[in-house]
Design a protein around this ligand. Structure first.
Ligand SMILES: C[S@@+](CC[C@H](N)C(=O)[O-])C[C@H]1O[C@@H](n2cnc3c(N)ncnc32)[C@H](O)[C@@H]1O
Length: 294
């Protein structure tokens, strides 16, 4: 009580704003260092098989393909921006479907790997290094499809800024496709015993320090600290609406084609991955399709 009484007059709203900006920048830098370090080791592992990609395999699973069908039907001939494209697997796969693809990420190491892979695949993709919440204004209004999948929003503090960027990147009539890990999945640390260690909805930054990566828990990642944020499905959909997008489709899935986290569950007899609570399967993924009105 005493400290807040003393501190409050010292931190007027201007200073609080500066403090918040510095903390945001610091969190982004922590995450960028982690993603640079992960990008250095990703590319020949259980999730990212570069040899297969170069040989012509697509990285798009049935979940992304269904989302694409719902969002745009055909990708061919569309201007597509792949947000938080990492080492470019989906960017390359979308280009192979005939999209004119731009991949955006804040990790220069990831983008360098993505560009090298695209070269080996003989596929043309434009690469942009930028913060996803602050993309270059030169890209505004240029895309038919904003595509973002699996593990993108937990790095973002300001979900309104992320949705606003998606809205600005789309041309009128364009569509956002977001396929994301369900926030319920994020809550779970281990399934046996069942331990929850992360909130369902936004409550500020969570500083984490964990070795390895979702591609390989024993991977030697040099920068292990991250800052992550929870965003409930309601918060994400509301942010899309408030950014001016019209939500056309929202689907929650209780099975997944992979264990995208790498350490949570194994495949069932049908090859699908489910997060069982007793006999019942909990949500693992969700998809949002939303249009920028004409
Ligand atoms: C889990 S990966 C996305 C994986 C991607 N769906 C794929 O198929 O490979 C998350 C990506 O988000 C990027 N990222 C995180 N925060 C970002 C930010 N603020 N601006 C731009 N990129 C960001 C990271 O560099 C990383 O490549």
């Amino acid at each position: 009580m005493l400290s807040s009484q003393v501190a409050w007059p010292l931190l007027d709203s201007g200073r609080l704003q500066v403090l918040k900006l510095l903390m945001d920048k610091n969190a982004r830098e922590t995450n960028r260092r982690n993603w640079d370090a992960r990008a250095r080791v990703h590319g020949q592992d259980r999730l990212y098989d570069s040899a297969q990609l170069v040989a012509g395999a697509s990285s798009l699973t049935d979940v992304e393909l269904e989302g694409l069908r719902r969002a745009v039907g055909q990708v061919a001939g569309l201007d597509v921006i792949h947000l938080q494209c990492h080492i470019g697997f989906d960017s390359i796969s979308l280009a192979r479907l005939g999209g004119r693809v731009t991949g955006l990420d804040f990790s220069p190491v990831a983008l360098a790997k993505a560009a090298a892979l695209a070269g080996q695949c003989g596929v043309e993709v434009a690469w942009v290094a930028a913060d996803v919440c602050d993309p270059p204004a030169s890209l505004f209004g240029r895309f038919d499809l904003v595509y973002a999948t699996i593990g993108v929003l937990c790095w973002i503090e300001d979900i309104d800024a992320w949705m606003s960027a998606a809205h600005h990147l789309l041309r009128p009539g364009g569509t956002l496709l977001l396929v994301e890990l369900h926030p319920f999945q994020f809550m779970i640390d281990t399934t046996d015993p069942l331990v929850f260690d992360f909130p369902y909805s936004f409550d500020g930054p969570h500083r984490l320090d964990s070795a390895g990566s979702y591609t390989d828990p024993s991977a030697d990642i040099k920068a292990t600290q991250t800052v992550q944020y929870a965003h409930s499905v309601g918060e994400v959909v509301t942010a899309a609406i408030e950014a001016g997008l019209v939500v056309r489709w929202l689907a929650e899935r209780t099975n997944a084609p992979r264990d995208f986290r790498g350490d949570l569950v194994g495949p069932e007899a049908d090859g699908r991955y489910r997060l069982r609570l007793g006999a019942e399967a909990a949500p693992m993924l969700y998809t949002v399709v939303a249009d920028r009105p004409v």
